[in-house]
Design a protein around this ligand. Structure first.
Ligand SMILES: [Zn+2]
Ligand SMILES: [Zn+2]
Length: 249
């Protein structure tokens, strides 16, 4: 299986280790045709997210420069944080409209959008992590579904990482609205079961490195192995196409 683009990478504008140039040069060295720079949204606390949305313009300028120098297509996006249970993101619509790709997921240590999400993400989710809770799983899942219907989300990043979700429910909804699900090779949480259950709904997938360092750009091996193990056909994986054909803002 040949994958042509890595659509989830971070630079030093958020908490990655490489510059835009480093990531694009690494993508070229890997033989990719496309790479997306998708730094964390500004709601991510403790310096993990980009400092402010005004930086998107600067990232776009650098991306254009390195696209011209290398011949690799560079998409500029963000990995937005879902900040409340209604699926709002830490990125405004005006900024989303400037992006080539928007990806979104649930993360810990994000500035909550309101009191009920503060209670949910900072009290109920940590308790549920120890004791389990169907209600918390249902609300996490619904927050992601709401985000996918509310915004032009290309794919949901690392579903189920640190926050329990109902894969079948999420995948069914994402299939309906044309949002893909990620097979993330950065965290060791993706299982064959997750891929099989999600695939049964007809949803598409994206395999991504979630690289926080240039040496990991295009590191798809683990995801390709999992996809093959789950019997997923290459047509269901969007980065087998030579350019991004999934949802765009
Ligand atoms: Zn993430
Ligand atoms: Zn990421």
């Amino acid at each position: 299986m040949r994958l042509w683009g890595d659509y989830h990478t971070h630079t030093s504008y958020s908490h990655g280790r490489g510059t835009v140039a480093d990531m694009v040069l690494a993508a070229k060295a890997r033989g990719l045709k496309e790479v997306a720079i998708t730094d964390h949204g500004p709601g991510h606390l403790f310096g993990v997210g980009i400092a402010h949305l005004g930086l998107v313009g600067r990232i776009k300028e650098e991306a254009k420069l390195w696209e011209d120098r290398t011949g690799i297509r560079v998409l500029v996006g963000l990995e937005a944080n879902v900040v409340d249970l209604d699926g709002r993101l830490d990125v405004d619509d005006r900024t989303i409209a400037q992006l080539d790709i928007l990806i979104a997921g649930l993360h810990s240590w994000v500035r909550p959008g309101n009191w009920s999400s503060l209670w949910h993400f900072y009290v109920k989710v940590p308790i549920a992590r120890r004791l389990g809770s169907c209600k918390v799983r249902e609300l996490n899942t619904q927050a992601l579904i709401n985000a996918a219907f509310r915004h032009p989300v290309a794919f949901i990043t690392h579903p189920g990482l640190h926050m329990d979700i109902d894969t079948y429910e999420l995948a069914t909804a994402c299939h309906k609205c044309g949002t893909a699900l990620e097979i993330n090779t950065s965290h060791n949480h993706t299982t064959l079961e997750y891929i099989r259950v999600a695939a049964s709904t007809g949803v598409d997938f994206v395999i991504s490195s979630d690289a926080h360092h240039p040496r990991r750009v295009g590191d798809f091996a683990k995801g390709v192995e999992l996809a093959a193990g789950a019997g997923l056909s290459p047509e269901r994986i969007l980065n087998t196409r030579p350019s991004w054909e999934g949802k765009r803002p």
